[in-house]
Design a protein around this ligand. Sequence first.
Ligand SMILES: Nc1nc2c(ncn2[C@@H]2O[C@H](COP(=O)(O)OP(=O)(O)OP(=O)(O)O)[C@@H](O)[C@H]2O)c(=O)[nH]1
Ligand SMILES: [Mg+2]
Length: 458
Amino acid sequence: MYNLNDTIAAIATPSGKGAIGVIRISGNEAIEIADKIFSAKSGIKLSEMKGYSVSLGEVEIAESPVRDTCIALLFRAPKSYTGEDVVEFQCHGGPVVVEALLRGILDIGARMAWAGEFTKRAFLNGRISLTEAEGIAEIISAASKSGQRAAYSQSKGNLHRETESIKDTILSCQASIAAWIDFPEEDVEEVDEEELIEKIDGIEKSLKKLISSYEVGLHILRGIPTAIIGSPNVGKSTLMNLISGYEKAIVTPVAGTTRDVLEHSVTLGGTTLILADTAGIRYSDDFVEREGVNRSIDRIKSSSLILAVFDSSRKLADDDIEIIKKLKDKKAIAIVNKTDLKQKMDFEEYEELFEETIYITAKDKSSLQAIDKAVSKVIGIDDFESDAPIITNERQRSAAVKVLNVICECKKTLLSGLTLDVVYALLDEALSAVMELSGENVSEAVIDRVFEDFCVGK
Ligand SMILES: Nc1nc2c(ncn2[C@@H]2O[C@H](COP(=O)(O)OP(=O)(O)OP(=O)(O)O)[C@@H](O)[C@H]2O)c(=O)[nH]1
Ligand SMILES: [Mg+2]
């Protein structure tokens, strides 16, 4: 069982040199411990100060030569991040200072905090919901601006409000049939089944929207694994360089120049692409080139978006057709390249096999705009509302699917004319599944799993 009585401490800023280093202490003894090493210029002890106050002073650690000028921020329970007494020291950001200070704090009674333990306490003390805590983790790891905005909305309780509203609707459905179940013999008012179905439909709709937000939300938060694929010499590496903004990949007129997969994170289409340039796909007797081609094919499988490049200055070859076949079921944009040269390719009949087709000159910087537009259209960022509730991890997704399944079952039962007590029991099941999604009804192991991905000090 998790012990909330310990006082925990950790360095909250990244390791290495920095302008400022922050050390956090949280728990019953946070202020007492802080007072032992901190002397305020004003002479007033932290224990004599109100919450939300700041004090300038010095920290001095017993049996250590380290001393530093420092600011102490004081938060009193329950009005703090964790809901407990919290002291944050801001000292100079040298590793020697912060590490000595942390050691000094640990030596006089605090325990080293685990990853995410401050946020875990905020959750356990009822300051934030589990989905809000998950939003906080996403803010820190967000790979793009829109991802950061979406994570911020989660941390401010967007998903939490949505699950509360689903819960309320389920409870109101149950309330409308409770009288019928409790007093079946008596002359209670008829249950308005149409209204009941309408409410259940509403829940089904919001759950479907949430579940469909998962993929695009995740892509926006983490970046999209994207592969540049095509036969040799079509201009894949030129495209990689154009998008990266510098000569990342070697470009030559020799077919088969790129062998290894070359990765680079870029911002495009309003989000981050984890972009991979690959070897041109063709049959080859050369052992090294064959290995490169195998890696390209593996990349098709592991990528969520494909930029398929074709050379429009020559006719579509068998190699190109083979590649198009490999892209079946993949989200792919056809990039018909080299439009500055005499055109020999008729690509029109293949356009429908791609989500989007663009005609560009990869050598020309102005082509970036068309690529950017196509990417944002295909990944759905144009329709993505960063302030809408979204689900961002597998825990939430599987819980949402569970609720949806029970709700669908519930609707089927209602329509098939089975008795309302069966419906009531299914609504109970749905309620407990929603509480799994919201994090109110989860095991300690699930909670631990959520927080172990956090940084230490958060
Ligand atoms: N005229 C013209 N040439 C281009 C264009 N894009 C690429 N090229 C040229 O085409 C040749 C091959 O370009 P790369 O980018 O190396 O092609 P690749 O697909 O990476 O080739 P491999 O790595 O061998 O598979 C180079 O000489 C480029 O300068 C374009 O839009 N117009
Ligand atoms: Mg190349």
